[in-house]
Structures are given as C-alpha cells and as structure tokens.
Write a new protein. Structure first.
Length: 118
C-alpha cells in the first residue's frame, strides 16, 4: 500500500473499508459515490450491482474542459472500470498519467461501495 502513503489516511482507511466490503454482501442496485476534486475537474463514480457482484462502474463526471484531460480520461477511465469489475472492491491500481483522476475515482468508488453494503 505504498502508493496510498501520499494520498492521506482518509483514502487509505477508505480503501481498507471498501476492501472489507468486497468480502461483504453487496445489495443489488445502482449506487452513486460522492463527487471528488481531481484538480482539473470533478470525478463521480456510479456502480451497478447485480447478484451481489459489481457488474459496472461508470464515471458520471470526469475532468473534461481541457483537451489533455479529455485525452487522458478517455484512456484511463475504461481501465479503472475494468479494474473495479475484476477486483470487486476499491483495491485497484492507480493509472500512471492519470493519478489525480484515479485517486478521486477511488474515493468516489469507496462511497458507492459503502452504500451498496448498507
């Protein structure tokens, strides 16, 4: 968890909680995480749970007012989505070159997973 060291304890704790949630039963439905700042714009994640499994994780919001942000997120967001579905938790890799977006995505994902466990 060295990559979490620089993000702060709140994210590290949230990822640990969400990882435990991965072992818990998730309720079916669609759950929206909070909106978090990725410096160049907000990131918000929505997960869809079916049969107790995360089947989709879409970014409802992502930085998109600059060409560079659009290009980065066009490549990074599908990888993040794939990671969530494979991991079934918030223990996913941060995408190199999209670090700020990845961190905000994970924070929002943790919120959404927390709602799915309740």
């Amino acid at each position: 968890m060295n990559f979490l060291k620089g993000i702060g304890l709140s994210v590290a704790g949230a990822v640990a909680a969400a990882s435990q949630a991965g072992a818990a039963t998730l309720h079916d439905g669609t759950f929206d995480g909070g909106t978090y700042d990725a410096y160049f714009g907000p990131v918000q994640v929505e997960i869809t749970v079916q049969g107790g499994q995360v089947v989709d994780a879409q970014a409802l919001q992502s930085p998109g007012h600059r060409r560079t942000s659009i290009a980065i997120n066009r490549q990074a967001l599908p990888y993040l989505q794939q990671e969530v579905v494979q991991a079934q938790s918030a223990r996913i890799n941060i995408i190199s070159g999209a670090t700020l977006t990845s961190r905000a995505y994970i924070k929002s994902l943790v919120d959404a997973l927390g709602q799915a466990v309740k």
